[in-house]
Ligand binder design. Structure first.
Ligand SMILES: [Zn+2]
Ligand SMILES: [Zn+2]
Length: 156
């Protein structure tokens, strides 16, 4: 994410926190900023390593608590299959998420197709299952990578 977009996303997060009466502490803000700046997924391990190498007082449990806060507030999503985190593209709203993860370049696209959400509700209903979160992770190859694959290669 570009610097201006990152700044805007941080401002938006500040506003949402103020509305909700919760605090975006400096560490929470720094973690969110790092996730926003990262293209694709950032793993908790890398995040902790990065933060603690610059500030030795930052310990893993504090980082995990901050990540839990950011998840609760809907500013980031956890990518279970990659054991990492990605910034949400419209934070602060409760939503179901379909994440398309490119295994070639790491790009992640977030979508919110309503009919899929309804289909999941219906399927869960039939089983008497109460859904607490709906995050569907799709792995594959993004358009950019597929186009690059199909493009005729320059002859050597
Ligand atoms: Zn989202
Ligand atoms: Zn790709």
């Amino acid at each position: 994410m570009a610097a201006t977009e990152t700044a805007q996303a941080l401002d938006a997060a500040e506003r949402v926190c103020a509305q909700r009466g919760v605090r975006l502490t400096s560490l929470r803000r720094r973690i969110l900023e790092q996730i926003l700046k990262t293209d694709g997924v950032i793993k908790a391990y890398d995040l902790i390593h990065d933060l603690s190498s610059r500030d030795r007082t930052i310990k893993p449990p504090t980082v995990y608590r901050s990540l839990a806060f950011l998840l609760d507030q809907g500013f980031i999503h956890r990518i279970e299959s990659l054991n990492g985190f990605v910034a949400c593209n419209h934070p602060g709203e409760a939503h179901e998420t379909l994440l398309m993860i490119c295994d070639a370049c790491g790009r992640i696209d977030e979508m919110h197709p309503e009919h899929i959400s309804k289909a999941l509700d219906h399927a869960a209903d039939e089983k008497g299952f109460a859904i607490s979160s709906k995050v569907v992770e799709l792995h594959g190859t993004c358009r950019g990578c597929r186009d690059a694959d199909r493009a005729p290669r320059a002859s050597l």
